[in-house]
Write a protein that binds this ligand. Sequence first.
Ligand code: PLP
Length: 355
Amino acid sequence: MFDLAKQLDNPCNLSIGQPHFDTPQPIKDASAAAIFAGKNGYTPTQGIPELREAVLADYAARGVPQEDGFITSAVSGGFMLALIATCDVGDEILIPDPYFIMWNDLPRTLGVRPKLVNTYPNFKWTRERLEAQITHKTRAIALCSPANPTGAAVDETEMMMIADFAAEHDLWVIYDEIYRLFTYDRPHFEMSQYYPKTITLGGFSKSHSMTGWRIGTAVGPKEVIEPMIKLQQYTFVCAPTPGQWGALAALDLPMTKEVDDYRQKRDFMYNALKDDFEVIKPSGAFYLFIKAPEGMTGDQFVRAAIAKNLILVPGSAFSRKNTHFRLSFANTDEQLKRGVEILKSMVREKEPVLT
Ligand code: PLP
């Protein structure tokens, strides 16, 4: 799909999974100052104490104090360490379908089997569906809220149900909250408030537009954070040093304007498309996960969109099903309007002509 898209001239690209605004200036300044001050060597594996302490203080200030935590090579790095620390060869991990791409593939490379928990059509977790996939080999659940690719945020009832289920089966919960700041209509819930055996992964990539900086955080009980730190020593060694100083400055930025802007974009896109497509209003992140029109797979629809100069991601990249496509609204209003026009024209063309 991306090869096809490369051939396009001035496409409308709504496939991108990163914010369209640049990294805020105070973050760049703090990082540049660190570089020029010669802070270019390794840091402790856990991260610079200033950032580590500030992250733990931030969790405590939000009412979810954490026993331990450290700075990771972004959430992707944190996820890998969490997976190795909680699962062995032959074990199983429960992941939602649709899932964040690496969750279905990375476990396999470690001999861990991902078991898909169906969340279609409303992208909610239910006990029946979790129970359908649990075995004596299950060690962990990977949960993301708000989620990629659906934008669905786990509500308090689901969270309590997942906590009960995890406690019953003594599972670890790996909770990815990379989109935490992009929560639009209600508070963000912390899994660790409901269930202690939770590893919470946070990051700066999306909230502060720092995808290339590779900085994230992992917090949770000492019994799992300590082995994760040991594993980081043997793999990533430490998160990039200048980026850690930038992240320290990032913690002081509320990003309210950017989040309000994305809320408006969410509203605009949802309202513009809801009458023509089957789509659930996302509570967070910056994606709409939309059902392809009747009679078309997600892949077929995305190919047809590319032929009209619109780039989307087929749902099959995130799912065993091939029924949806992902649209990212992390873009300018002008590009979003262009995208809406193209999508609407595609549905209109599909409608039978009445004579
Ligand atoms: N987790 C989720 C749910 C994501 O959507 C992404 C990026 O798309 C990541 C993690 C990767 O984050 P990072 O850049 O911090 O590795």
